[in-house]
Design a protein around this ligand. Structure first.
Ligand code: SF4
Length: 371
């Protein structure tokens, strides 16, 4: 059910916002200055209506989810980013490393329950050799050829290139040959050098993150893109971040979805406060309006919580991620959402948001519509 243009326009009060709305409704691209104006606007309803107008034009009433599982093979991490409560030193009592057998057992559970995607990312231990990352992918694919492996962030790929003395292309080709089919979007955080120097000064920088994704796209590996917001970044820096992604997407078309990730501060060295619901909804809406070359915008239920995710599905988001089963990274930082959800629960959550639950695979091919 599309929204009527007149209804969208009636929700706008401010004149400048009205001008931007005409542009959006006629399908024109907005610029960075206009995106910043949207972020600074207090007209939340109007932003939501505009974003939802675009969303429904693209996806009708469908809201996507996947039956998947997250696996975090280890939380030991050499980079020690100040915003992260998950990565710990090897000597930390909370440190863990899963064996190959443990990982395969988890994958088997997912497979038997009908799941066909493994999302695998984790800490980056100093003592792991390059071959370990490749063999994890190879072993999963060997035992479960039908499972799609979406694994290793650009930060992990950059690290693999560093320790193996290979370039991004060589690493990605080897992973692809081992069975990797997509890259997750984690590790982008915020591209601003100023903010990155505060929250994660040690790991791959923005240019390196973007180069990994660009290389993956050239090799036919689709990737996701994220933005961590609500810590030390400014609204202009959020817009700059999205503009860089939009530029690459114009070139390659390889991003599948944009995922704004709300920052959770508990247990981090950076500290700070949780984002407000208004900020979360605005960020979803502005990203839907600004990223006109991204097909999907995800309301990640782990960071937003289940209830706000339902609202976000009416503020421009068309995807909620999946069943996940065992999320550890954001839970380390205090999120109150569940660790995972059953298919029934996700279907009910989406239906109660007024949308049609639509099960998808990793590449957004529709598997089942729960009409
Ligand atoms: S964000 Fe990633 S790279 Fe940084 S400490 Fe956490 S796990 Fe390590």
């Amino acid at each position: 059910m599309e929204l009527a243009i007149d209804d969208v326009l009636k929700s706008v009060q401010d004149e400048r916002l009205l001008d931007i709305s005409y542009k959006v409704l006629s399908g024109d691209r907005i610029n960075e200055e206009e995106a910043l104006y949207l972020f600074e606007s207090n007209e939340l309803t109007a932003l939501g209506m505009l974003a939802e107008y675009i969303n429904r034009k693209r996806h009708g009433m469908n809201a996507y989810f996947i039956v998947n599982r997250q696996i975090n093979p280890t939380n030991v991490c050499v980079y020690q980013c100040d915003f992260c409560a998950f990565g710990v030193k090897k000597s930390d009592p909370k440190a863990y490393e899963m064996s190959m057998e443990e990982i395969l057992k988890k994958v088997e559970e997912t497979y038997l329950a009908g799941g066909r995607e493994i999302h695998m990312v984790g800490g980056i231990p100093a003592h792991w050799e390059y071959e370990r990352y490749v063999s994890l992918v190879r072993e999963i694919k060997k035992h479960f050829p039908e499972i799609v492996i979406k694994a290793w962030t650009a930060i992990e790929i950059h690290h693999m290139a560093k320790i193996s003395k290979k370039n991004y292309r060589e690493v990605l080709e080897e992973l692809k040959e081992a069975g990797l089919e997509a890259l997750p979007g984690g590790g982008a955080e915020i591209f601003s050098e100023r903010a990155r120097a505060i929250i994660s000064p040690n790991k791959a920088n923005a240019q390196e993150y973007l180069e990994v994704h660009r290389t993956a796209h050239k090799l036919g590996i689709p990737t996701n893109a994220t933005m961590l917001y609500g810590h030390v970044e400014t609204l202009s820096e959020r817009v700059e971040h999205m503009a860089k992604l939009r530029e690459i997407q114009d070139d390659t078309g390889g991003f599948q979805v944009f995922i704004p990730l709300a920052y959770w501060p508990e247990g981090t060295r950076l500290g700070g406060r949780r984002t407000s619901s208004v900020d979360d909804l605005k960020t979803i809406a502005v990203s839907r309006i600004f990223l006109d070359n991204f097909e999907h915008i995800k309301a990640y239920w782990i960071t937003l919580g289940e209830k706000l995710t339902q609202v976000a599905l009416n503020f421009g988001a068309d995807d909620v991620d999946g069943t996940i089963e065992e999320e550890k990274i954001v839970h380390s930082a205090g999120t109150r959402s569940a660790y995972g959800h059953s298919v029934d629960k996700l279907v009910s959550l989406i239906k109660k948001a007024g949308k049609v639950p639509t099960e998808r695979d990793t590449f957004y091919n529709v598997k089942r519509v729960y009409s």
